[in-house]
Design a protein around this ligand. Structure first.
Ligand SMILES: Cc1cc2nc3c(=O)[nH]c(=O)nc-3n(C[C@H](O)[C@H](O)[C@H](O)COP(=O)(O)OP(=O)(O)OC[C@H]3O[C@@H](n4cnc5c(N)ncnc54)[C@H](O)[C@@H]3O)c2cc1C
Length: 392
């Protein structure tokens, strides 16, 4: 039996490492480039006792309760419905845009007709993507959709993705729908939770297993060699039995076909002596220059009794550049027709290595939410288990 290497300690890497250690009874070497576990889910208490998510705010939302139960094995969770406001034309408007926002944006009198027609055109729908409202055959509904799209959606999306809205994958555009009621929850999933002491505790407990050895501050690519002639993978010149890679696939192949595009974030913090700074835990800024949203972390803490003052983190999206001082973390894969084609070439290359397994947001170049990412990693483990059984 050879070495099993898992690269990355986000949900994908940590879940797979734990399952191999526990269910296959095998030793797993987990290698992480950063100085901490958890990937982009990492959080920590800052000097004011505030639990800050260092790579932007993350909320667990799912319709599958078993995902909550699965994570509860590793840390205690509490229910939390995420609430957002958008700062538009000098006023705070509920996000997702809902029936209340229609009234706030166009006034109650005009809203009466638009609301009736929205109900008529989308009967039985709980949430509708804004693009469907724009494309609605009814002129008044479509005009309202266009107003929303131009005022809030186009500007926010182009800032976020650094490209014209028309080039963005439809799945991404459908992520911010319109609520066909007065529902104030940002997402309409049934189960919305946060971990009481932060996400990092989940990863710490998941990786705490006698068969798992975690090495931080280790760039796996300085140790891994993919030998093109033999299609063998080595780590520090030792042939490996299995390599699970959850980092960016283009980096693994040394950008041989070119770089895949990712958006990154410059997150700037502002501390305050006040305990209550923003009118909601997250404010989005579709019209502001550069920034997209601000998060006040104290507002989402389960227990803030040890906290002093408050801190607001504001996100400024920019292109990912591994060599830049700011923007050197890949956050969001930018899925377009061109980038998917490029990804396809890397995938063909990866298929030549039978013991290389690619899992996760970066390795699969997909916009996974954490619930989907967790479910996917658990299902993906079956392929890994099958491979290990076969190899023996
Ligand atoms: C700003 C932001 C907000 C989000 N908000 C939500 C939300 O509210 N709700 C939700 O459900 N989902 C959210 N998501 C999605 C969620 O974060 C992801 O689904 C999940 O974190 C992906 O986990 P992963 O393990 O696939 O990737 P990652 O967490 O990115 O893990 C990859 C790991 O690999 C490591 N790595 C990479 N290259 C190497 C190397 N060469 N050597 C060693 N280690 C390496 C990285 O350092 C990292 O730790 C959000 C994502 C972002 C970016």
């Amino acid at each position: 039996m050879g070495r099993i290497i898992v690269v990355g300690t986000g949900f994908s890497g940590s879940i797979l490492a734990r399952k191999i250690a526990e269910e296959c009874g095998r030793k797993v070497e987990v290698v992480e480039k950063r100085g901490h576990i958890g990937g982009n889910m990492y959080d920590e208490y800052d000097e004011h006792g505030i639990l800050v998510q260092r790579y932007g705010p993350h909320f667990l939302n799912t319709n599958k309760y078993w995902i909550i139960e699965y994570l509860s094995q590793y840390a205690e969770l509490f229910p939390h419905n995420t609430k957002l406001l958008s700062f538009l034309d000098g006023q705070y408007i509920r996000l997702p845009f809902n029936f209340q926002s229609v009234q706030e944006l166009i006034g109650a009198k005009r809203a009466e007709t638009v609301l009736r027609k929205l109900r008529e055109n989308f009967p039985g729908s709980d949430r509708v993507p804004i693009l469907q409202i724009v494309d609605c055959p009814d002129r008044e509904v479509s005009e309202f959709g266009t107003l929303l799209f131009e005022k809030a959606f186009r500007t926010y999306t182009s800032k976020m993705w650094g490209t014209d809205v028309n080039k963005i994958d439809k799945y991404v555009l459908e992520r911010v729908p319109f609520a066909m009621n007065y529902d104030e929850r940002y997402l309409n999933k049934d189960f919305q939770y946060l971990p009481k002491k932060g996400f990092t505790e989940i990863f710490r407990n998941m990786l705490d297993h006698p068969n798992i050895d975690v090495r931080l501050e280790t760039d796996a690519l300085e140790h891994i060699a993919l030998e093109e002639r033999t299609n063998k993978i080595t780590y520090d010149a030792d042939e490996v039995e299995l390599l699970i890679f959850t980092g960016p696939i283009d980096e693994l192949f040394q950008y041989k076909f070119g770089s895949l595009p990712y958006r990154s974030l410059d997150i700037r913090y502002e501390s305050s002596e006040s305990e209550d700074v923003l009118p909601s835990e997250i404010i989005s800024f579709p019209q502001a220059e550069g920034k997209t949203r601000s998060t006040e972390y104290r507002k989402i803490m389960f227990d803030d009794s040890g906290a002093r003052g408050s801190v607001v983190a504001t996100e400024y999206p920019l292109w990912y550049d591994p060599n830049a001082k700011v923007g050197n973390i890949p956050y969001y894969p930018v899925v377009t027709q061109e980038s998917e084609a490029l990804y396809g070439r890397y995938l063909e290359e990866a298929a030549k290595y039978k013991n290389l397994f690619l899992c996760g947001r970066l390795a699969e170049f997909k916009y996974y939410n954490m619930d989907v990412c967790i479910e996917h990693a658990i299902a993906y483990f079956e392929n890994v288990k099958e491979y290990l059984r076969h190899e023996r």
